[in-house]
Design a protein around this ligand. Structure first.
Ligand SMILES: [Zn+2]
Length: 697
């Protein structure tokens, strides 16, 4: 047996499965779901169905400079930020059926204690190196400035608003101390250099261990994208990494000299998995330790590719240094999901937000779970498109899965009043079909154990295809006219497949599976099956004379206009982003008050308007300025029709020196601006009782 399958299928006594801790500075979108939470949930639901001992933990990542910054920007406390998003994120997980055994948060006391103890133990063992460096300090705010709290002139390109870690103009990666004329973004003051002590994890000391453990030990069972990234980190040479920060938001450094400092968020966050497991154990009267310390426990981290270095290099080095812990068996990181060809972006609002999705497609969680699995970015970045979403729903869930179930249930109701019929004689086709059904748990398992969720999801749909084809070939609705006995066997076989689907679909389509079990009336304890292997081993999944429930549609068709509405929404987002990025003209040189008073602007009314012949842009207007009625030539003919602007109140610059335009003398200027579509609009003094000739100042 190839190593990859042997490793994947090796027996474990228990499983600890973690999913990346979402960072609580925003809600979550389909990218998070596709990359991490749906595959993790499929995996643990599958393990539970197999009767495995599994704990699935997660929680909100609530420390770090980004949250601290967002709070400062919005004038609230970091706690306000994390409470808000922890609530939104937790709710999204619950709504989409992500079945964490425990969902914690890194601000919880149990986590502070656990992370603090971890640091203390490594410190006591002498696993850190101490280093004092000069860092930028804001005297007024009395704090050291994290890289993102400093802006200044880029030493490489001269861009004046480069950040302390990177210049966004030229892309150079910088140190805050490299910036010319650095400024604190907190107070605007000029920072000083001050010495500060930090603790570093000397990753270079773990190079041999990592090389052996990953590059030799997991060559064949880790995904190529994960293995490749690890290899390039290790081959590139590892350097000591600071595990503390000068910041007031986080877990205080628990050793002498650590006052005013906190643990680096990437030191404490992965330990959050352990804290969450402890919390779960406390609530459930369990012992957490075997889940993290027994060699026969299989630890699996589900993450996105941006977290590979932390989960495969840094966290294992920390666990190894501690000494009591097991290492992950696998880290099946996914690549990124794009949306309609563009990178998902929280700041640009280029996303399908989970809470919004459910408002627009209520009760359709499974459709999204299914589509995201079918398109999971397992081996390369992948694209989510609304058209594909519609096609997966209409052509697969509705036309195959839903159609098969609906036929089975409707016919059973019609012919037998909902009673599972007694089979008489299994034909060769019946026998082959039942044998096929019994193979599905193994086929799907093989894919799941190797973290190939797309493949597994397609296999599930193949089971529905098997049922659909069986009914289409056997045509019970025709046979019923000649051979009623034969139809009993056909319907019996079809009902076994339907029950198989109800069980095997649970990890992928949990809401549908529950509905289907209700329809088949297998949720109460009447002879039913709920175990993954039952589909292979039980002679009969749904016995004769068992009464099923009423038919109910599992999926509904998604119409073109619903998809168009989503595309329109994205188009509007794109427009809004473009306008935001549109260059605003820089301010002109200052003028003094006397300069301003030379300008004479009045309220006027357009009395007449006509396009100037042989020009595209010009319009000749007769305007009542209150002072007189005069002719003004204005370049607005592309934006307005003459009849639409007669009678309009406008702002007129009346003391502009007259000039001739195409032979017509223009005495003044109508003030205009442009809207977001590039169309001209009048500066319009249309309040009531504002008369012509009123001065504007
Ligand atoms: Zn630059």
């Amino acid at each position: 047996m190839p190593e990859i399958i042997k490793n994947a299928l090796s027996k474990a006594s228990r499983y600890t499965v973690t999913a990346a801790l979402p960072y609580t500075n925003g809600p979550i979108h389909i990218g998070h779901l596709a990359g991490v939470y749906v595959p993790a949930d499929i995996y643990v639901r599958y393990l539970r169905l197999k009767g495995q001992d599994v704990v699935f933990v997660g929680g909100s990542d609530e420390h770090g400079v980004a949250i601290s910054m967002k709070a400062k920007k919005e004038g609230v406390t970091p706690k306000d930020i994390i409470d808000k998003y922890h609530g939104i994120i937790k709710k999204s997980f619950e709504e989409f059926g992500i079945t964490f055994d425990n969902y914690s948060r890194t601000s919880a006391p149990i986590h502070h204690q656990t992370a603090s103890d971890f640091f203390k133990k490594l410190y006591d063992q002498g696993d850190f190196i101490e280093e004092t460096t000069a860092q930028l300090y804001d005297e007024e705010a009395k704090q050291f400035l994290a890289d993102r709290f400093v802006i200044g002139t880029c030493p490489k390109c001269g861009h004046e608003e480069a950040y302390g870690d990177q210049c966004e103009n030229c892309g150079s990666s910088l140190n805050a101390t490299d910036l010319i004329n650095p400024k604190s973004t907190i107070t605007g003051g000029i920072p000083t250099l001050k010495e500060t002590k930090h603790w570093f994890l000397p990753l270079d000391r773990y190079e041999d261990f990592l090389r052996k453990w990953i590059l030799e030990g997991h060559k064949s069972d880790w995904k190529p994208n994960v293995y490749g990234q690890c290899k390039s980190w290790i081959d590139g040479g590892l350097e000591p990494r600071a595990v503390t920060r000068d910041l007031d938001w986080g877990i205080p450094v628990p050793v002498k000299g650590g006052e005013g400092k906190v643990l680096y968020v990437w030191f404490d966050a992965p330990i959050g998995y352990i804290s969450s497991t402890k919390e779960w154990a406390e609530k459930n009267g369990k012992d957490w330790e075997p889940y993290w310390k027994s060699e026969d426990t299989k630890l699996v981290h589900f993450i996105g590719k941006d977290n590979i270095v932390f989960h495969c290099i840094i966290f294992p080095a920390i666990l190894k240094a501690h000494g009591d812990y097991i290492l992950p068996d696998n880290v099946p990181a996914n690549e990124f999901l794009n949306l309609e060809g563009n990178k998902l972006s929280t700041s640009k609002n280029w996303a399908v937000w989970l809470h919004e999705y459910l408002e627009e497609f209520p009760d359709m969680q499974d459709v999204l779970r299914y589509t995201l699995t079918a398109n999971a970015p397992e081996t390369k970045d992948n694209d989510f498109t609304w058209k594909d979403f519609q096609a997966r729903n209409n052509n697969e869930l509705v036309a195959i899965f839903g159609n098969f179930i609906n036929r089975v249930v409707v016919l059973t109701q019609k012919y037998y009043d909902g009673m599972v019929p007694e089979p008489l004689h299994f034909s060769e086709v019946d026998q082959t079909t039942l044998q096929e059904l019994r193979k599905f748990p193994q086929t799907i398992s093989d894919s799941l154990e190797r973290y190939r969720f797309r493949e597994a999801g397609q296999e599930l749909m193949n089971l529905a295809r098997l049922g659909n084809k069986y009914l289409a070939d056997e045509e019970p609705w025709k046979v019923i006219k000649q051979d009623e006995e034969r139809v009993k066997t056909i319907m019996f076989v079809a009902l076994q497949i339907a029950t198989g689907l109800a069980i095997l679909s649970e990890p992928f389509l949990p809401f549908t599976s529950t509905k289907l079990k209700t329809i088949l009336n297998t949720t109460s304890n009447k002879g039913e099956v709920s175990n993954w292997q039952d589909v292979s081993h039980k002679e009969t999944l749904l016995p004769s004379n068992h009464k099923i429930g009423k038919s109910e549609l599992l999926f509904r068709k998604i119409e073109d206009d619903e998809i168009q509405a989503q595309l329109d929404k994205l188009e509007a987002t794109k427009k809004a982003n473009e306008n935001e990025n549109k260059a605003v003209m820089p301010q002109k040189d200052t003028i003094n008050f006397d300069d301003f008073t030379k300008i004479d602007m009045r309220v006027g009314t357009i009395l007449e308007a006509e396009k100037m012949p042989k020009t595209k842009k010009l319009m000749v207007l007769k305007v009542d300025t209150g002072i007189d009625k005069r002719t003004i030539v204005s370049g607005i003919a592309e934006s307005f029709e003459p009849q639409d602007i007669v009678g309009k109140k406008v702002t007129v610059l009346v003391n502009l020196a007259p000039r001739a335009l195409r032979g017509v003398e223009s005495e003044g200027m109508i003030l205009m601006t442009e809207n977001t579509d590039g169309k001209l609009v009048f500066l319009n003094p249309d309040e009531e009782n504002v008369g012509n000739g009123e001065s504007i100042n």
